[in-house]
Design a protein around this ligand. Structure first.
Ligand code: GLP
Length: 250
């Protein structure tokens, strides 16, 4: 894993957006695995600044990690709406193909299978990830077992409480979600995980150091050969000194 620590989320966002712009420019049919959440907001802002007029978006495919079960795509807190507002409506040429799990599907198992076929047909060039306070990636929650393929997950209490900041109350947070599985994430050519703020420091320390364990799903990323973990000084604050001193770029 490479660790990059920046002075601010905005500096970090520029670094990641520039990496995405390069993929957009130089891959013949770029495939992006996309994430949602507060941490990626500055990143999409920068990406829009860099690529809003880029015609190459027409050749791009985007595949989102996850979606809440029971929220329609126009619900203010659905991830479909997040993507529309933060990225897709702000670039002049929309990606040729946009995939997000359908949280309203009548048959959720069929929806998971449909999504796995999409993932099978597209190798992701760059997978963007955030991380939950409990170390989840996508909505792959800590457990004694991790699922490899797209599945419906019961959200953990800490995830519900953490994501309640986006809803009027924690009662409104959906209890289930559809998420890409761990194997699909690990099959990406390159993975960039972003995390900002003190509340992510414990999860980040557990992710990059120590053993690979299902109780910290993001620690499985240690098994991938091309992962960059992009942090600010707060989220990096529990890392061993050497990591920061060697890898700080700003
Ligand atoms: C949700 C998403 C994750 C994301 C996490 C972190 O739980 N399912 O993919 O990584 O939020 O979000 P934030 O950046 O808002 O803390």
């Amino acid at each position: 894993m490479r660790i990059r620590v920046f002075a601010s989320p905005d500096d970090a966002a520029l670094y990641v957006a520039t990496a995405m712009e390069q993929v957009l420019r130089y891959e013949p049919n770029p495939v992006f695995g996309l994430a949602t959440g507060g941490s990626v907001v500055p990143l999409y802002h920068r990406l829009v600044s860099l690529t809003s007029n880029e015609e190459r978006w027409l050749d791009a495919t985007t595949i989102n990690l996850d979606e809440y079960v029971g929220l329609a795509s126009d619900h203010p807190q659905s991830y479909a709406r997040f993507m529309e507002e933060r990225l897709f409506s702000r670039i002049q040429k929309r990606p040729g193909r946009i995939f997000i799990p359908d949280g309203m599907a009548a048959n959720l198992q069929e929806e998971c299978s449909r999504y796995d076929i999409i993932l099978h047909e597209h190798r992701i060039d760059l997978q963007l990830l955030g991380i939950g306070v409990n170390g989840h990636i996508g909505f792959n929650e800590p457990d004694s077992l991790l699922q490899s393929r797209t599945h419906v997950v019961e959200l953990k209490e800490e995830t519900i409480q953490s994501n309640a900041r986006f809803f009027n109350s924690s009662d409104e947070v959906p209890r289930r979600a559809i998420t890409m599985g761990m194997q699909s994430i690990l099959q990406s050519k390159r993975i960039v995980l972003v995390a900002f703020g003190q509340e992510k420091a414990r999860a980040i320390a557990d992710t990059v150091s120590g053993t690979v364990r299902t109780e910290v799903p993001a620690s499985v990323l240690q098994l991938h050969q091309d992962v960059t973990v992009v942090l600010d000084s707060a989220s990096a604050s529990l890392l061993e000194h050497d990591w920061q001193a060697q890898e700080t770029m700003s």
